[in-house]
Design a protein around this ligand. Structure first.
Ligand code: NAP
Length: 250
């Protein structure tokens, strides 16, 4: 399959990012599958896409490191078709804690990856997509969270606040580049069945939370990916600055 456009999915090796990378490839894009530690998982996504006739590369970069983000985009410029979309998906949680128990280092890491990383990637994407810079336009989708709305008290207010920043970033950047051919939207997942809960010390969280969700089940990564791919596509051509809850009603 010949691809004319590329989508970068940060944190594309696992969970929501891996499902998004797959669906972007199914939609006809070449995909840059970014990861930071799990090269085997990223390679598995690339192999699956290639086996289906698509084009993908795995690119290691920590999105919280600005120089690594620049190198990530330079690699895409060199090895893939022109960028058309960015999915700012890479994100982390930490173990449950109250704010009065959180170290400064914890909060700084939370914002470095979940907020500053998205800023760095968006900067590089806008430089390539904006008609102001000679680009052909495109779309950015930021992966926020329902946590931005509910605050996650007693669990991870730092994470919720970082996602709140992503919401505001989405609204502001959307208006800033709306006349330059770029749409910017956010998806706010509810509780989705991925590895992220184990990384936050709560491996059973998705299944255990079913009763808290109006639809009585956690979501699947592919259900979030479908919304992201819609927001990247011409089917959402008049949608920008939107914060789309995909949360089973939560
Ligand atoms: P996940 O399964 O834990 O996967 C996280 C992904 O992010 C992995 O690909 C990981 O790469 C990558 N990553 C982590 N830190 C990174 C960094 N510094 N630089 C580059 N990549 C990095 O998480 P997920 O559940 O799919 O979450 C994806 C996004 O959805 C996050 O932004 C998360 O906050 C958001 N979200 C998730 C849920 C949920 O319930 N799952 C709910 C709301 C929002 P490696 O494989 O190399 O570690």
């Amino acid at each position: 399959m010949k691809n004319d456009t590329t989508v970068l999915v940060t944190g594309g090796s696992r969970g929501i990012g891996a499902a998004t990378a797959w669906q972007c490839a199914q939609a006809g894009h070449a995909v840059a599958v970014n990861y930071t530690r799990d090269a085997a998982a990223a390679d598995a996504v690339v192999v699956r896409i290639a086996a289906a006739g698509g084009q993908a590369i795995a690119v290691q970069a920590d999105v919280s490191d600005d120089a690594q983000v620049s190198a990530l985009f330079a690699r895409i410029d060199r090895d893939l078709p022109p960028l058309a979309g960015l999915v700012n998906n890479a994100g982390v949680v930490d173990v449950p804690a109250r704010v009065d128990e959180m170290s400064a280092a914890r909060v700084q890491r939370m914002f470095a990856i979940n907020v500053f990383g998205s800023f760095s990637c968006a900067r590089e994407a806008v430089r390539r997509l904006s008609t102001r810079h000679g680009g052909r336009g495109g779309a950015i989708v930021n992966v926020s969270s329902v946590a931005a709305r509910i605050g996650s008290p007693g669990l991870f207010v730092d994470y919720a606040a970082a996602k709140g920043a992503i919401d505001t970033f989405t609204v502001g950047l959307a208006k800033e580049v709306a006349a330059e051919g770029i749409r910017v939207n956010a998806v706010r997942p509810g509780i989705i069945d991925t590895d992220i809960h184990a990384s936050g010390g709560m491996p059973g969280r998705a299944a255990d939370s079913a009763a808290l969700i109006p639809m009585l089940r956690p979501g699947r990564a592919d259900e979030i990916a479908a919304s992201i791919v819609w927001l990247l596509s011409p089917a959402s051509a008049y949608t920008t600055g939107a914060l789309l809850d995909v949360s089973g009603g939560r």
